[in-house]
Design a protein around this ligand. Structure first.
Ligand SMILES: C[S@@+](CC[C@H](N)C(=O)[O-])C[C@H]1O[C@@H](n2cnc3c(N)ncnc32)[C@H](O)[C@@H]1O
Length: 219
């Protein structure tokens, strides 16, 4: 997802209290940001934030951090959160933060075991073979997740792209991870679909009739 450049995005994000600006200084200290010991879950490639804001509203006992590379896209997520809080009569969500960064750097931002769960939703497929290393489910990214994820932590990945899903199942195993659960039709699988929160892309592609694939992996 790449929106046209929005000149005001940088200024809005800079001024917004839920957008973290000094993320590398916070490595190993995220509990200070939230002011509690609740587990931290991150979504990488959050897009406009539909999934993350809904998860944060449903689970006040967890902390959520959304990571998005483009400021123009992150702006939409921040605006969504502002609107949600307005609709809640000004009751803010204390358990959500955002970072504008490339996920390749996550080991510089989170300490060992500091993250309890990683969500990857409808990650860019990078269909050309020579770009495979950019896929967020490539073995290089699993190695990065290994550095920040708690020992019992899990990666959850959803996509409608069956080639990317096949690749991801293989890469998880190649990286030495265990695929704990997987389905090629999430919405047709009552067990795996229980409590599912739809992302923006998930709504769009399932409305077109595309089955949604999901895997959960741990070490
Ligand atoms: C196809 S969109 C999916 C958005 C959302 N997760 C959903 O399911 O509706 C993928 C998003 O991931 C972001 N992204 C891709 N690679 C990234 C990276 N290396 N670091 C941070 N964000 C990334 C893109 O900018 C884009 O907004």
């Amino acid at each position: 997802m790449r929106l046209r450049n929005i000149p005001r995005a940088e200024g809005v994000l800079e001024a917004h209290d839920k957008v973290i600006k000094n993320e590398k200084e916070l490595k190993g200290r995220w509990r200070e940001v939230f002011g509690n010991d609740n587990p931290v879950y991150i979504e990488i490639g959050m897009g406009k934030g539909q999934f993350l804001t809904e998860m944060a509203a449903r689970h006040p006992e967890r902390n959520y951090i959304g990571i998005e590379r483009y400021s123009s896209v992150l702006l939409r997520a921040v605006e969504r959160l502002d609107k949600l809080e307005e609709d809640r009569g000004g009751r803010t969500l204390g358990n959500i933060r955002f970072i504008c960064m490339d996920a390749a750097q996550i080991a510089e931002v989170f300490g060992k075991g500091e993250v309890q769960g990683i969500y990857l939703n409808f990650s860019d497929p990078w269909p050309k073979k020579r770009h495979a290393r950019r896929r967020l489910t490539s073995r290089g990214f699993f190695a990065r997740y290994d550095q920040v994820l708690a020992p019992d932590g899990q990666v959850e990945f959803k996509t409608d792209n069956r080639d990317l899903f096949r690749f991801s199942l293989e890469e998880a195993e190649e990286a030495g991870w265990r695929v704990l659960m997987s389905t090629w039709d999430l919405h047709g699988d009552p067990d795996m679909n229980r409590g599912n929160v739809m992302t923006e892309y998930e709504e769009k592609f399932s409305a077109k009739g595309n089955p949604i694939c999901k895997l959960t992996a741990g070490r």
